[in-house]
Design a protein around this ligand. Structure first.
Ligand code: GDP
Length: 297
């Protein structure tokens, strides 16, 4: 998608020789290339406009030093602005609360919440040496509860048993109590999603949030959903006190666009990326500079 952006940018500056300044005139074509690349990657229009303005501002008046060509200077500016937009560094999970630290995952059905719960549990267990418990509050889909129980067995992580006839909030409260009794460090709460944003889903996520007071309330979003990711992110961010985002299926079409939009629109850091269906090796911390390099190609 973004593959040739660096190449295209280099090309647009080809005829501009020597030193001097980047000017409104000589960056026009380059800005157009950046704009097109971002739009093609499904970055939301207001985010693209804002980004182009920032790049323009940084570029104008920037002295082109001897050792670099104007193209190189411009590409560096685009890179730096991309990194800035995405938050500069990896934001770690905040697990400093009195244990058990509760992590609640919210998002649409199919976004990857259950898979991500297990990936995160394994990551915390292996990388952070935490004792982790998981629980599913998705009473609408017994298969989702079974899926989590099954994944827990696979990765040897405790799953608090829950049943479809129970109330989601009660399940979460009981699980929290069990996690306290069992001296677990972290409790991961997997919640029910719907195919589209709806009030009942948000009300339930709000009730769960109030009941278990998560230190991390993570919005799980499918990177492949393009422009829809933006609307979904906005709805969840408006309804819930999100602390961060997990971008799943970033292994797919590699549309970095969703990362840019979701970050810009929610203002919340992307903390992890899902990079495959496998629980092992399917999750990695999100590094803005790596995504910036990928976008620039
Ligand atoms: P939920 O409804 O939000 O709980 O979503 P699931 O966890 O059931 O995931 C929905 C589908 O997405 C499953 O087929 C997962 O294997 C798949 N999936 C989840 N995360 C990723 C990812 O990072 N990459 C890929 N390729 N597939 C994923």
């Amino acid at each position: 998608m973004f593959d040739n952006l660096t190449q295209k940018l280099t090309q647009t500056f080809k005829n501009l020789r020597g030193q001097g300044r980047l000017s409104e005139d000589n960056i026009r074509d380059a800005l157009r290339e950046v704009r097109l690349a971002l739009l093609e990657a499904d970055v939301a229009l207001p985010v693209v406009k804002d980004f182009i303005n920032k790049v323009r501002e940084s570029a104008l008046g920037e002295e082109v030093v001897k050792s670099l060509s104007p193209g190189q200077v411009f590409i560096k500016i685009v890179n730096d602005e991309l990194v800035k937009l995405m938050g500069e560094h990896n934001d770690r999970l905040d697990l400093s609360a009195r244990p058990p630290a509760v992590i609640l995952l919210a998002g649409l059905q199919g976004s990857g919440k259950t898979t991500t719960s297990a990936k995160l549990a394994l990551w915390l267990k292996e990388k952070e040496k935490k004792r982790v418990m998981m629980v599913s509050t998705d009473v609408y889909r017994p298969a989702a509860m079974e899926q989590l129980a099954h994944l827990g067995k696979d990765i040897e992580v405790e799953v608090f048993p829950s049943r479809p006839e129970q109330q989601p909030v009660q399940i979460a409260k009981d699980a929290l109590e069990a996690a306290q009794r069992g001296v677990f460090d972290v409790l991961i709460v997997d919640t029910a999603g719907r195919l589209h944003v709806d009030d009942a889903m948000m009300a339930e996520a709000q009730a769960l949030t109030a009941a278990v007071q998560p230190v991390e309330l993570l919005f799980v979003v499918d990177a492949m959903t393009g422009q829809d990711a933006v609307n979904t992110a906005k709805a969840f961010n408006d309804a819930l006190p999100l602390t961060g985002v997990i971008l799943t299926k970033a292994d797919g079409d590699a549309r970095g666009g969703a990362a840019l939009s979701v970050r810009a629109i929610t203002g919340k850091p992307i903390k992890f990326m899902g990079i495959g269906e496998k629980i092992r090796k399917g999750l990695e911390p999100f590094y803005p500079d790596r995504l910036a390099s990928r976008i620039l190609g």
